[in-house]
Structures are given as C-alpha cells and as structure tokens.
Design a protein around this ligand. Structure first.
Ligand code: ADP
Ligand code: MG
Length: 324
C-alpha cells in the first residue's frame, strides 16, 4: 500500500536533486560550517550529504522521520518570522519512504553517534557508532519502491546537471560554508568557506564573467529591504534568463518581478533588449513575503512590490550610471 509519506514524497522529492536540496538545507539549518555532498556511480543508487552541524540526539532521531515533526517552529506565529530553510517537517520522512536511507548523527553532548537505517520508511536497524559531531545521511536506491516516480527520472547527465546547479547556487548563497562536491562520474569542486564571493561566482558564471561583474548594493530608507549582488556588464547579456540567480533571505527563488526590474533598468538605460546575467541577494522582512506556497515552488511573491522595485532600480543605476 502507498503511505502518506510516499504521497508527500511525490511533492517534496521530485527528483534526485530535490533530495540533495532538502538535505543540504537541513545541514545549513543545523548551522554546519562544512558540508560534503557525494553522488555515487548513479544518482539513483547513492547520494550522501555529510555535515558538521549540531546533530540530532538519539531521542530525536525517530521524531525527525515522523511527518510534520519539525524542531524549527515552536508556534504558528513563527511562520511569519521564518529564518530557517525548513519548517514543514516533511523532507526526511518523504525521502526515507522512497529509498533506503541511512542516517548517522551525533550531538556535542554525546560521546557517540547513532545510526538508523530505514527501508521504504520502515526502521530496520539501529546502532551506536563512533563519529564526529554532525549528521551523515546516505540515500540509496531512490524510488526503488515507487516505479512510476522512477520512470520520470531523466538521464544520468540531466539529473546530475540539476544536482550541480543546485549546489553551485548554495555555494554562492553561503560563502561562509565550506562545500565539497564529489561525483563518481564528474569533476569535483570545493569552496573554502571564508566568505569570499569571487570563487563561487566563477563556479556559477565562469571566470571571464565573474571577473567583470560589478557589485550592487542598496537598501530602503526603513531598512526593511536590503539588496546586494553582482551584475555582469550588459555586453554579456543573454537571450534567456538562465543566468539570473535570485536569493530572498538566502533562499533560492524565481521572481519574474525582480528579473524584470533588473532587465528594465539596464535595458532602458542602454536601449537594448536582452537578459542580463546577475545574482542578487535580497534581505527582506519575512512578513512581506508569502512563504506559505507549495513546498517546492520557487516562484515568490511580495506585498511591497513598489518599494522593492525602487531599491533595486536605484542600486543598479548607481553602479552602472553613477553620474545620474
Ligand atoms: P524540516 O527541515 O522542515 O524541519 P525535515 O524533514 O527536513 O523537516 O527534518 C526534520 C528534522 O530533523 C528537522 O527539524 C531537524 O530537527 C532534524 N534534522 C534534519 N537534518 C538535520 C541535520 N543535518 N542536522 C541536524 N538536524 C537535522
Ligand atoms: Mg528540512
């Protein structure tokens, strides 16, 4: 029989890259300063995310695999003050329900860690293990028990491409975290976690563009909106929006509004009509954002569109046309 977790998994775990995204977000929420991501011979056979975050205690481990058990929201009001990436308590139980998942975790106040193994969501083994503080999750045989879902998985290179893309975005949004990515079938990269943007920009946009990008910065008078980012000179502009990367409160999003503000500002000033390459980090009071959308939906909406437009517009103008 299909379980509720497997149904939820249909929404949360669309493809191997969604597993990686959810696991890395949990590592970030656990305040890891080092996150290692490993993909095995095939994306379905082996995915691993290993962090040095706060870990999960033995008592909390089974809870983490119960639906809607999250340690991150204590009251419904917190939803408006959301500072963690996760809050639904759906990812781990969903992933476990459609794979063979092994989790080892240790908190600082314990002298050893605990390893739990699940198969199709059922706990099958539990043992004490020696390990550093942090969490190590291995997902094997993804979708082994949901053949319909498995059929939707695209070619190895397509799926690996999605994983790479998502990890490169994390490296850019969290330069203070040292990421290390290895994949059996492709070249690896790592960041040093020292907070510099340059190398993450190189990884995302290539050396030539990264070295020519200009920094933009700005904020609203009441400081409810702050923006920071890097724009490639218009000569590099493209015919698609594929190289526009937007983070809102360090969450990767899509926003037609924000894309079009940057585009309009640059295109109007330069009388061209192309898609500029940029990444933009927007910090915004959580109550102005509607986070309560579909779990995997990336399109974001704001309630203060005019203010956001003004802040971005003037930051871009100031950098590209300082005299005006
Ligand atoms: P959510 O992130 O929405 O809370 P998840 O299903 O992703 O739900 O995770 C469930 C819980 O497991 C989290 O609330 C957190 O307490 C714990 N957890 C998951 N991954 C980690 C990790 N890497 N380090 C520490 N705790 C974790
Ligand atoms: Mg989560």
């Amino acid at each position: 029989p299909i379980t509720a977790n497997q149904i939820a998994a249909g929404e949360v775990v669309e493809r191997p890259a969604s597993v990686i995204k959810e696991l890395v977000e949990n590592s970030i929420d656990a305040r890891a300063s080092k996150i290692e991501i490993e993909v095995g011979e095939s994306v379905l056979s082996y995915l691993r995310v290993f962090d040095n975050g706060m870990g999960i205690s033995k008592e909390d481990l089974p809870l983490a695999f119960q639906r809607h058990a999250t340690s991150k929201i204590t009251s419904i009001n917190d939803l408006n003050q959301l500072l963690t990436l996760g809050f639904r308590g759906e990812a781990l139980p969903s992933i476990a329900s459609v794979s063979e998942l092994e989790i080892s975790s240790r908190t600082a106040d314990s002298i050893n860690g605990w390893k739990f193994r699940f198969s199709g969501g059922h706990l099958v083994a539990e043992e004490a293990v020696g390990m550093p503080v942090g969490t190590d999750i291995i997902v094997r045989n993804l979708f082994f028990n949901t053949p319909a879902r498995k059929k939707h998985v695209k070619s190895e290179s397509t799926e690996l491409g999605h994983i790479k893309d998502i990890l490169l975005r994390f490296a850019l949004a969290y330069p203070e975290i040292a990421f290390k990515f290895t994949a059996a079938s492709s070249r690896q990269w790592q960041t040093d976690g020292k907070g510099d943007y340059f190398y993450p920009l190189v990884l995302n946009f290539g050396e030539e563009i990264a070295s020519k990008m200009l920094e933009v910065k700005g904020e609203s008078a009441d400081a409810s909106i702050k923006i920071h980012g890097f724009l490639a000179p218009p000569a590099f502009s493209r015919t698609t929006r594929l190289q526009q990367i937007i983070f809102v409160n360090r969450r990767l999003v899509r926003s037609r509004l924000i894309s079009s503000i940057v585009e309009k500002t640059l295109n109007t000033l330069l009388a061209i009509n192309r898609y500029p390459i940029f990444c933009l980090f927007i910090e915004i009071k959580p109550e102005i954002i509607d986070v309560n959308v579909h779990p995997t939906k990336m399109e974001i909406r704001f309630s203060e569109e005019d203010l956001i437009t003004k802040v971005i517009e003037s930051a871009v103008k100031e950098q590209f046309f300082p005299q005006q």
